[in-house]
Structures are given as structure tokens and as C-alpha cells.
Design a protein around this ligand. Structure first.
Ligand code: SF4
Length: 548
């Protein structure tokens, strides 16, 4: 098959904050160096599988802006789109009916003065700055393969467009182009399709596997609550059991707009746990309900967060490629923050690429300057300072909380060594060994607009896929589903936040409604039989977030 080939100096896969920070830093430094230099600026392309920039970008998001202040000029920084500034924050331990405010919060966990943003909007803003600096950005194109030559990564192949559900070419068929590059930057977000292939080959000896959490979020329009803008609340405890790490958040973006979310670690043990149900129970709690009573959902979305931290960060460099941001596991689960680390990685990666461009040397040795810089950065120090905290929470919330204190007072030296983490899929117990999780309560009248079932929520993600294309969710061995249904009760029908997996009437297999897929990748991470493969669908498919 004839494919077009296009060549660039740098190709970024994924138009998120980490990729865009890398590009902006590189091009800003090139521009700063141009005085007197005759060198041609590098050609940079960013590709994004979503239909538009920011449409697959979802986060809380209360952002620690220190790295952004380093990336942007003062004028650019002051124009950063934001809803409100955090003026009042609380950290609450929830019980089924009550709550207790944590009287003192460690300074690094505080957010007062940080902006509350829509990460979709911030992404669009950064993309505009990158284009102004000279980068090209194409959305609606999914990268499906790493191109290699003698072991070196030399580019990416885009997915074919116009293939029908049987795999036959339609009249609209377009073969995906090959994009060759001197360096490929993988900033696909957590559990990226290409990044995971690279990470699998590059797993750092003596490191932990990555562990994830599924975050579900709604943007809710509420009756006016004067003075609410800038109020935030983080919670732990109910509705999660003490052995399930996670918690909820409420961010008042304005007096009439509130973001509510629930994060559930995917090493949970009970196969009857449904993260969307946990979210509903959370919203029904009196402490949360007081923020959203009488409201209605405007947007819904879900994504996974990498939570393993310091000991789970893989090698971030391969010959011809680097991994940035969430794709490289750069996230602080304790602070529930990854945006600042994504920007931090972009600053370090952009500096390394600039040196490579200037010296005309983009060898692996030059690219290694990226992780070397990262290891000197405040973001790395932050991850190092809580290096065993996440692993301690697998033993329950009490050991977890004790480890937070120990780490804070010893700079991460206690607990000592590297505490091991297991892959999330191995944590599930058999159905027979657990007590079924509590279902959500019947909504009261003031909850009619905020207690939506999963399918109604999916409607608010605006997810769509071309129906006549091959299913992008593969089940390699359907026989394994039969074993899973008996042993675990088909947990994919519960953990998927898009209601993609439905038990067949004869209870002997799973039907897949791939058009509902939110691209969160929970299914491949959590399936106890390791029998689901998420692959990129035709470019342009998936959710369309605008204010998430
Ligand atoms: Fe997420 Fe998989 Fe469900 Fe898609 S099918 S929404 S990737 S869990």
C-alpha cells in the first residue's frame, strides 16, 4: 500500500500539556538563540487523536503554576484561562453520614492561591502559543505504530481512515501517512498506546509496575451560591473501603458552576465495586450534596491517572524517542496533581531537545539530558519525598496515613527502601470471597439532575465514534470471559465508566458497545484475565470535552 511520508525534526504524539510544554520550551529557546544564528528552526508537528485540541483532556483541575510561570512569559502567564483562584480549602474525612475536617494539612498539599482551571481550555491556550511559535498541530489523527530502523525509533504511522467494521476498505479509504522524525515525543497521557509499547521494552530494572486510578468527573451547573467561587474540598474515607485508595473533590469554579469528581485506585480488591457508583454515593453524601443540590450535569468524563510515583517511573528515553508527562507516570497522587509535573517534564525535555538541535546531535546520549534535568527538578524531589506512600496505602488507610507523616518528616527516607506494588489487575478477589458493594441510593428530588446513571452520564461526554469501523476493543480469547463471569462476575461491566461492556443475555460472553468508549483505558489495566486490548479507533472518535 502506498503511504504518504512527511518528515519533521520533532513529532509529538498527543496534544496535551506535556507535549505542548516541550514544544513551547524548545521553540522559545530556539527563538531566543536566533540572534546571529543562521540555523533553520526545527520543524515540529503535534498530532492529536481527538476531533479537536483539548477534546480528550480532562483533569480536576487546581494547578500548581510554578512550572507554568517558568514556561510562559509574564503576559502569557497572566492570560492563562482560569475560572477562579482557590480562596478557601478543606480536607475532610467522610463517614457514611458525617464528616470530620482534618485540622492541619501538610504545606505541600495546600492549594490556596492556585487557579482552578479547565485543562481543556489551558491545552487549547498552550496549543495556540505553540502554533504562534511555529509548530504545526493536526487533530483527528491517531498514531498506531512506532516506525523503527535498526532499533532506533524514526517516526510514527497514522491509522488508516475509511475501513469498515469487517476490515474492508470503504470508498472513503485513506491510508495513514508515515511521519518520520529525528525525535518522537510521546505525550499521550496515562497508559498511552505507543508509550506503553516503549515502556514495556524499557522497564527499569528494580522498578515497580505502574499502578493507576480511575477518575470520573462532572461539571455541574447549580443554583447561585453567592461567594462559592474559589472554594474547594478534598475528601477521603466514605464511600471507599479502608483498603481502597482514593477520594473525592469538589471545586467551585464560579458561584453557579461546580466540578465534582471521584478518584478510585484500580488496585481495589472487590470485583463488585463500580467506580461510577462510588461517584454517585459520594455526590449523595450530605457534605457534597450541599454544594450541588438542585444542579444539573453539563459535562461528564473519565480518565486514568498514573499513581505509582517515583518507583514506577519507567526509563523515559529510547533511541529516537522520549516520554513526557502522565505517559511517563509523572503524577503526585497524594496531591492529586500531575499538570505541574507534565509542565516540568516539558521544560526539561524542551531544554534537552534545544541542546540537541543546537549541536546537531539528537542521539540517545543527548536525549538522556532530559531525565538528567528532570532528576534535578523540584518535581522529581516532590515525587522522591513520598516515594513509598502509595505502596503503604495498599495495606490500608492507617498505614498509608502514617507513611505520609513519616515521609514528610524524613524527606521520604522512611519507610525505607522500595516498597513493592503489584499490577492492578492482580488485586481482585473472587466474587465468592467478598461482600457486594452498596448500590447508590434512590435519588431525592433535588438530586434528579446530578444522580445520573452511567449511560445518561456518557451522553454528557459527547462521545461518538464512526459506527462502521472495526471495534477498537479486542478480546483475544472469548473463552476467558466465561471463566471471568463465573469467578469475578464480569467486572468489566462495572469498572468501565462508559458502559461499553454488557453481559450477553445467555451470560456466556460480553457484548461491546465501542461507540461509548471514553478512551480511559481502565479495561486493559484492570481486567483480571488480561484479556482486553484497547487500540486506537479511527482518528476523531471519542469524547468531546470542552470545559473539563
Ligand atoms: Fe474506558 Fe475501556 Fe470503557 Fe473505553 S471501554 S471507557 S477505555 S474502560
Amino acid at each position: 500500500m502506498e503511504r504518504d511520508t512527511m518528515s519533521f525534526d520533532v513529532v509529538c504524539v498527543g496534544c496535551g500539556v506535556a507535549s505542548l510544554s516541550t514544544v513551547l520550551r524548545l521553540l522559545n529557546r530556539v527563538r531566543g538563540d536566533q540572534s546571529g544564528s543562521q540555523k533553520t528552526p526545527p520543524t515540529v508537528l503535534v498530532i492529536e487523536k481527538a476531533v479537536s485540541v483539548g477534546a480528550h483532556t480532562l483533569s480536576g483541575a487546581v494547578v500548581d503554576t510554578k512550572p507554568l510561570a517558568e514556561l510562559l512569559s509574564p503576559q502569557e502567564f497572566s492570560a492563562l484561562p482560569q475560572f477562579a483562584t482557590v480562596k478557601e480549602e478543606s480536607f475532610q474525612f467522610l463517614t457514611p453520614l458525617g464528616s470530620r475536617r482534618v485540622p492541619w494539612v501538610l504545606p505541600p498539599m495546600r492549594a490556596e492561591g492556585f487557579p482552578i482551571v479547565s485543562l481543556s481550555a489551558v491545552t487549547r491556550y498552550l496549543a495556540g502559543l505553540c502554533e504562534k511559535a511555529g509548530a504545526e498541530i493536526y487533530s483527528g489523527f491517531a498514531a498506531v505504530e512506532l516506525l523503527r530502523d535498526n532499533g532506533r525509533i524514526t517516526g510514527v504511522r497514522l491509522g488508516d481512515q475509511g475501513v469498515d467494521k469487517k476490515g474492508e476498505k470503504k470508498a472513503s479509504f485513506q491510508p495513514g501517512a508515515d511521519l518520520t522524525a529525528r525525535v518522537v515525543v510521546l505525550g499521550e497521557g496515562a497508559f498511552g498506546f505507543l508509550s506503553e509499547q516503549l515502556i514495556e521494552q524499557n522497564r527499569r530494572a528494580g522498578s515497580n509496575p505502574q499502578t493507576y486510578a480511575i477518575g470520573v468527573k462532572e461539571l455541574i451547573e447549580t443554583p447561585e451560591r453567592k461567594g462559592a467561587a474559589g472554594t474547594i474540598m478534598h475528601t477521603f474515607g466514605y464511600p471507599l473501603d479502608p483498603f481502597t485508595y482514593g477520594g473525592g473533590f469538589v471545586y467551585c469554579l464560579s458561584d453557579t458552576l461546580t466540578a465534582v469528581g471521584m478518584v478510585t485506585a484500580l488496585d481495589y480488591r472487590n470485583p463488585t465495586l463500580n467506580p461510577h457508583d462510588m461517584f454517585r454515593l459520594f455526590k449523595h453524601h450530605p457534605s457534597v450534596r450541599s454544594f450541588i443540590a438542585g444542579g444539573k450535569v453539563l459535562e461528564y468524563g473519565a480518565k486514568v491517572l498514573p499513581e505509582g510515583g517515583f518507583h514506577s517511573v519507567p526509563d523515559l528515553v529510547a533511541d529516537g524517542a522520549i516520554v513526557v508527562g502522565d505517559a511517563g507516570g509523572l503524577c503526585n497522587s497524594l496531591r492529586l496533581k500531575g499538570v505541574h509535573l507534565a509542565v516540568q517534564s516539558g521544560l526539561c525535555a524542551g531544554d534537552a531537545l534545544f541542546e540537541g538541535w543546537k549541536n546537531d546531535d539528537l542521539s540517545r546520549a543527548t536525549l538522556m539530558k532530559y531525565p538528567e534535568r528532570l532528576k534535578e527538578s523540584p518535581g522529581w524531589k516532590e515525587l522522591r519525598g513520598i516515594r513509598n506512600v502509595r505502596a503503604c496505602f495498599t495495606y490500608g488507610s492507617i498505614p498509608g496515613i502514617m507513611s505520609v507523616g513519616m515521609s514528610a518528616f524524613t524527606g521520604g527516607r522512611l519507610p525505607p527502601g522500595r516498597m513493592a506494588l503489584e499490577p492492578d489487575r492482580e488485586a481482585l478477589k473472587a466474587l465468592a470471597a467478598v461482600k457486594p458493594c452498596q448500590p447508590p441510593a434512590k435519588p431525592d428530588a433535588d438530586e434528579a439532575g446530578t444522580q445520573l446513571d452511567k449511560l445518561s452520564d456518557v451522553f454528557f461526554s459527547k462521545t461518538r465514534h464512526e459506527e462502521d469501523q472495526p471495534c477498537h476493543l479486542k478480546i483475544p480469547d472469548p473463552e476467558k470471559c466465561k471463566i471471568c463471569i463465573v469467578k469475578y462476575g464480569a467486572p468489566c461491566t462495572l469498572f468501565c465508566p462508559g458502559q461499553v461492556y454488557v453481559l450477553k443475555d445467555d451470560q456466556q460472553g460480553i457484548h461491546i458497545d465501542f461507540s461509548n468508549c471514553l478512551h480511559c483505558k481502565t479495561c486493559q489495566i484492570k481486567d483480571p484475565m488480561d484479556n482486553i486490548r484497547w487500540t486506537p479507533p479511527e482518528g476523531g472518535g471519542g469524547p468531546v470535552y470542552s470545559r473539563m
